[in-house]
Design a protein around this ligand. Structure first.
Ligand SMILES: NC(=O)c1ccc[n+]([C@@H]2O[C@H](COP(=O)([O-])OP(=O)(O)OC[C@H]3O[C@@H](n4cnc5c(N)ncnc54)[C@H](O)[C@@H]3O)[C@@H](O)[C@H]2O)c1
Length: 292
């Protein structure tokens, strides 16, 4: 299978590109900042916010599948307006070009932040762990851009001309970050673990980049068994915390005890049983064994 990965130079993209290439796929990595590689992966520079450049890039490589990761990947990295317009232009251009060119399968990265946590006006989960049926409540440009992206993907799925799926990776930790490299949020993973207020805002979520990459590989391999337009949480089995979330969420996020108490032991606030049931995907890395 020929797979085109957008944002292939990024934190998650590098791991996805590597995993697909190792599994024998022909991989094209498209990024505004293509990286030098010493393997068979083709790298190609393109700004996919430009609809014409997006279409011609997809037409040039004619992939069987696209993994769309390119984005401004977090709130606060650019202005609100740039974050929203960039991310929505990217997801629309990729989906529209893929549909026009008959690409069979498109998998798009959203974010668990669409749930709405971190809203200074307040946020409470209706229940825990959060699953894909829990209502979303976007409140800033990044979360609005991801909610809009999810709507775009579902709209293309509804047309029935190809398979379009969404995944919401939790805070991605790549192998070098376990060893102390700076994370996307700034600081190290250990600092995030020790400074609870930093991780609390995202409900102490995380996922190892290799597990997220394996999810992508499995979804592409088993796409025909997955209903069109599905959304998946992709999270580690546990929380990035030394205490149970039943204690930490009431303390740091004002989650009522009766809701936080629905989580037992080291459990994550995110339910990945849909990915396990439909794809057989299980997270295999956790901070207790990986953090150096
Ligand atoms: N890293 C996380 O913790 C996390 C969590 C949830 C969701 N996500 C989502 O996963 C995806 C990947 O995130 P990441 O952490 O690897 O981000 P990243 O910033 O490391 O990688 C994104 C890549 O996209 C490229 N890019 C940006 N604009 C582009 C454009 N106009 N055209 C082509 N390429 C462009 C960048 O050059 C970069 O290499 C994003 O959609 C992000 O929103 C990430």
């Amino acid at each position: 299978m020929r797979v085109l990965v957008t944002g292939g130079s990024g934190r998650l993209g590098r791991n996805v590109v590597g995993a697909l290439a190792a599994a024998g796929d022909e991989v094209v990595s498209v990024d505004t900042a293509p990286e030098q590689r010493d393997d068979d992966v083709v790298t190609f520079p393109a700004d996919l916010t430009d609809a014409g450049e997006c279409y011609s890039t997809l037409a040039r490589f004619r992939p069987d599948a696209i993994v769309h990761l390119a984005a401004i990947p977090a709130p606060g990295m650019r202005s609100e307006v740039r974050t929203f317009t960039t991310n929505t232009a990217l997801s629309y251009n990729v989906c529209q070009s893929a549909a026009d060119l008959g690409v069979g399968h498109v998998l798009v990265a959203s974010s668990p932040t669409v749930m709405g946590y971190g809203n200074p006006a307040g946020w409470q989960p209706s229940y825990l762990p959060l699953d894909e049926n829990h209502p979303v409540a976007p409140w800033n440009a990044y979360t609005m851009s991801k909610a809009a992206t999810e709507d775009v993907v579902r709209a293309f799925a509804r047309r029935g001309e190809g398979r379009f799926h969404i995944f919401r990776p939790c805070f991605v930790v790549s192998p070098e970050e376990w060893r102390g490299a700076p994370t996307q949020g700034g600081g190290t993973v250990r600092q995030r673990l020790e400074n609870r207020s930093q991780a609390a805002v995202s409900l102490f979520n995380y996922v190892d980049a290799r597990d997220a990459a394996e999810f992508v590989r499995l979804l592409l391999a088993k796409a025909e068994h997955v209903p069109n337009g599905e959304t998946f949480f992709v999270a580690a089995a546990d929380a990035l915390a030394e205490k149970p979330l039943s204690e930490l969420l009431p303390e740091h996020m004002s989650v009522p005890d009766e809701i936080a108490g629905q989580l037992t032991g080291t459990a994550s606030a995110f339910d990945t049983s849909k990915a396990r049931g439909l794809l057989g995907w299980e997270p295999t890395y956790d901070w207790r064994t990986e953090l150096v």
